[in-house]
Write a protein that binds this ligand. Structure first.
Ligand code: SF4
Ligand code: SF4
Length: 326
């Protein structure tokens, strides 16, 4: 098993006040069978809630420094996405979750400062990529972003049908300089719930290729102030047997972390607790941790949950997070 540093153990963070998981919209040019969006949502007409200048202006007016995780859908097909990134990175940090299939990536490289981009997670999505003959574009885009100084890594959702051919896929991409990190499936496939539905053979292969990828990424991840929030190297440790349920624990959601949904609503985390709106320019930030009562993306839980008995240590980390080095 690879070693990794749990987010709660990190003592030096980049200088941001609040992290936002910003789901810009649901639309995507791919149709992955394991996507948590359904077909209608993936094919939805794109209707921006406001011009990108107004969206970026909201964050500037909060007088906070944000780390915004831009995801979708496929963010590179969001109208004026590169301009949005350019505006946000003047005062804030971003990270991006993409299928790296877009011609706009060239403009992103030219216009966005890699020093203000925390990481870019490029998903392989192999079945769709084959259908759309996108492998060459993917490899070119990943290598171009890496050459330009962006902190890029590549992950692949391990849906059950993929395991048989995964070693060949891994070698094929690695031979091009693109090393793939396995990512656990979360959801239902052919009536089985995952990750609980993985066989022991599948888990062993998952671990083997995670270890191979870890060798490649050791230097890159080692140079970071803190690991990426969406860190596929966490999966074999935390998400390969079952998904965690933190309801009842204290969590910094609403204070150090928020979720922003396509309507522009800023939520403490789950759907029932709205604390702002990006398009309407209001944000009622909580001033402390509160009790988790939802099940949401576990990467953010791992970073912002306060394990029982650990609140004092995490508050100290939060204050370093605001002061940390650039
Ligand atoms: S690329 Fe991502 S958002 Fe698009 S269909 Fe696949 S999993 Fe969903
Ligand atoms: S789901 Fe995770 S991030 Fe959200 S409130 Fe619960 S522990 Fe915090």
């Amino acid at each position: 098993m690879t070693t990794y540093i749990h987010p709660a153990e990190i003592t030096v963070r980049r200088p941001y006040d609040v992290e936002g998981d910003w789901i810009l919209f649901s639309t995507c040019n791919y149709r992955c069978g394991y996507c948590f969006w359904d077909e209608d949502a993936l094919g939805a007409k794109i209707e921006p809630i406001a011009p990108v200048e107004r969206l970026a202006g909201f964050f500037d007016r909060t007088e906070l420094t944000w780390l915004l995780h831009l995801t979708g859908g496929e963010p590179f097909i969001y109208p004026d996405f590169v301009r949005l990134c350019s505006l946000l990175t003047r005062r804030h940090l971003i990270s991006v979750n993409t299928n790296a299939d877009s011609p706009h990536i060239r403009a992103f490289i030219d216009e966005v400062n890699p020093g203000r981009v925390d990481f870019i997670n490029c998903g392989v999505h192999e079945r769709e990529r084959q259908v759309r003959r996108g492998t060459r574009r993917f490899v070119t885009n990943v290598l171009a972003m890496r050459s330009a100084g962006f902190d890029v890594f590549v992950s692949c959702v391990m849906y059950p049908d993929l395991f048989e051919t995964f070693p060949e896929l891994w070698r094929r991409y690695a031979s091009e300089g693109v090393v793939v990190i396995p990512k656990a499936l979360r959801g239902t496939h052919l009536g089985r719930r995952y990750p609980g539905g993985y066989t022991e053979t599948e888990r062993a292969l998952f671990r083997e290729y995670t270890a191979r990828a870890a060798e490649f990424y050791a230097g890159q991840f080692g140079r970071r102030d803190e690991p990426p929030t969406v860190n596929p190297f966490m999966d074999e440790h935390l998400f390969l047997e079952r998904l965690p349920d933190y309801r009842g624990d204290l969590c910094e959601a609403g204070h150090l972390f928020v979720r922003i949904v396509p309507s522009g609503e800023i939520r403490r985390c789950g759907p029932d607790d709205v604390i702002g709106n990006v398009a309407e320019h209001w944000f009622s930030r909580r001033d402390r941790a509160s009790i988790c009562d939802v099940l949401e993306c576990p990467y953010f839980c791992e970073k912002y949950r306060l394990p029982p008995g650990d609140a004092g240590r995490r508050h100290a980390i939060a204050s370093r997070m605001r002061r940390g080095p650039a």
